[in-house]
Write a protein that binds this ligand. Structure first.
Ligand code: C2O
Ligand code: CU
Length: 470
């Protein structure tokens, strides 16, 4: 296997280079986040009207529904605020950091300008405690996205919320929208969890392929099953679900009792609609689905895959007692579509054109030393391992050589999974021993993260960079 590697100049801040693209002799120069190519790509998006928001990252207590816990959040509530704008508009988000640590905000799934991507030491300097940063970017495509820090394990403390880009010409008809954020909740700090994982090398248990960390709670929209979020509607109403897994180390199997879903979008982009009783949603993944509401009260359940515990929300269209908090609807064992059963909608399918090159990389590591990486190396923010040229179409082949499942996320692009006609996604679950092939157009110059969305694997080094030749 040949992987192109490029060594970048040491330290962004060292040598006074800032986020520059100057390189030592002999290396391939790659586009800098502040380069003219990035500004030109943004101009090509024809930035529309501005939509201003202010977000405070704060430390406070939050109420999960009878249980008060310390949290870091955007404004004091979990899974909130919901930021909405229309496709083509520019988000102007002022982030004020009131946390006792530096932070950053990444807009997961948006094919945005590179310098607004929110990766500290790669696309920007971290936002210092007490400081602020203004993110300004055009959101080109409608869909279900979300935002979270790209700083250490902060996501695990509650910092995540939905970002919905509305379609000015929305083709779907529905009466209600239900944004459903799934999250695994610790009763200790993520740093303590990480220290435990890293300290004692150990073998993995059979059930731990999908995730290792034991969580105190599984939340839906920041609520415990004992006091769940409730969507009220009428029987026969059409409801659009926007399912987002904001967890750190838990894949969720999701079903709505008494209903079959019609899946319409993968990671924000449309697919040819297909039926499903349940969906397996890795960290960072999103699905949109339509349902037609029955008459009564129905559990929306997120079952932690390979673990004990469920998250719960309720759909109420009529009378009746709510189901018990630990209910497991039969749909959880029903029809579960796999990626290769999904096809991109014609409007977003990558038209038949050959890829210029295949980039290959391997997911490596294991539980014994809790070292995770790409091609046997851990992350270095000054090293670009994968290089593309603007305008080319690329296959990215990712082989999982480990014994765990990894949800792998590419920033700034959306790829077709498996085949030209495969579903468009930005995050793809890769099972142990399997290889996925992802096809994408290199149409967004900059330096982009490719990483595992397991918070602890990423922290241990399972992250790399893809860059564009100058
Ligand atoms: Cu949702 Cu690089 O992350
Ligand atoms: Cu992983």
């Amino acid at each position: 296997m040949v992987t192109r590697r490029v060594l970048l100049a040491a330290g962004l801040t060292a040598a006074g280079g800032g986020l520059g693209g100057c390189l030592p002799g002999g290396s391939t120069a790659v586009v800098s986040p502040t380069g003219p190519q990035v500004a030109a790509a943004e101009q090509a998006r024809r930035p529309g009207p501005e939509r201003g928001v202010a977000i405070d990252a704060i430390e406070s207590e939050v109420d999960l529904g009878g249980v008060i816990v310390p949290a870091w959040s955007y404004g004091g509530r979990l899974a909130r605020p919901v930021i909405r704008l229309r496709a083509g508009e520019q988000l102007v988000a002022t982030v004020r950091n009131r946390l006792p640590a530096e932070t950053s905000v990444h807009w997961h799934g948006i094919t945005l300008r590179n310098d607004a991507d929110g990766v500290p030491h790669v696309t920007q300097e971290p936002i210092q405690a007490g400081g602020e940063f203004v993110y300004r970017f055009t959101a080109p495509a409608p869909g279900t996205y979300w935002f979270h820090p790209h700083s250490g394990l902060q996501l695990e403390r509650g910092l995540s919320a939905p970002l919905i880009v509305d379609d000015p010409h929305e083709p779907l008809a529905y009466d209600h929208e239900w944004i459903v954020v799934l999250d695994d909740w610790l009763d200790r700090t993520p740093e303590a969890v990480y220290a435990d994982l890293a300290r004692t090398g150990r073998m993995m248990g059979m059930g731990e392929v999908m995730g290792t960390v034991a969580y105190a709670h599984h939340l839906v929209n920041g609520r415990l099953p004992a006091d769940p979020d409730v969507l009220r509607a009428r029987p026969g109403d059409r409801i659009r679900l926007r399912l987002i897994n904001a967890g750190g180390d838990t894949a969720y199997r999701v079903a709505l009792g008494g209903h079959r879903m019609t899946v319409t979008h993968t990671d924000g982009l449309p697919i040819r609609p297909i039926p499903a009783d349940t969906l397996l949603i890795g960290m960072g993944e999103r699905y949109d689905a339509l349902i037609t509401a029955g008459d009564g009260v129905f559990p929306l359940v997120a079952s932690a895959e390979g673990k004990n515990g469920t998250g719960l929300a309720l759909l109420r269209t009529g009378g009746g007692a709510p189901p018990p908090a630990g209910v497991l609807p039969a749909e959880l064992g029903g029809l579960l579509p796999a990626y290769d059963q999904m096809k991109a909608d014609d409007s977003v399918a990558l038209a038949g054109r050959n890829a210029a090159q295949t980039l290959r990389t391997r997911l490596t590591g294991g539980m014994m030393r809790f070292v995770w990486g790409f091609d046997g190396r851990t992350f270095d923010h000054d090293r670009v391992d994968l290089v593309v040229s603007a305008g080319e179409r690329v296959w990215l082949e990712i082989a999982n050589t480990t014994m765990m499942w990894h949800p792998v996320h590419l920033h700034g692009h959306s790829f077709a999974v498996g085949d030209v006609s495969g579903p468009r996604k930005d995050t793809v679950g890769v099972f142990p021993g399997r290889t996925v092939r992802l096809l994408f157009d290199a149409d967004n110059p900059g330096r982009w993260m490719l990483h595992c969305h397991n918070a602890y694997h990423a922290e241990a080094g399972m992250m790399t960079l893809l860059g564009y030749r100058v």
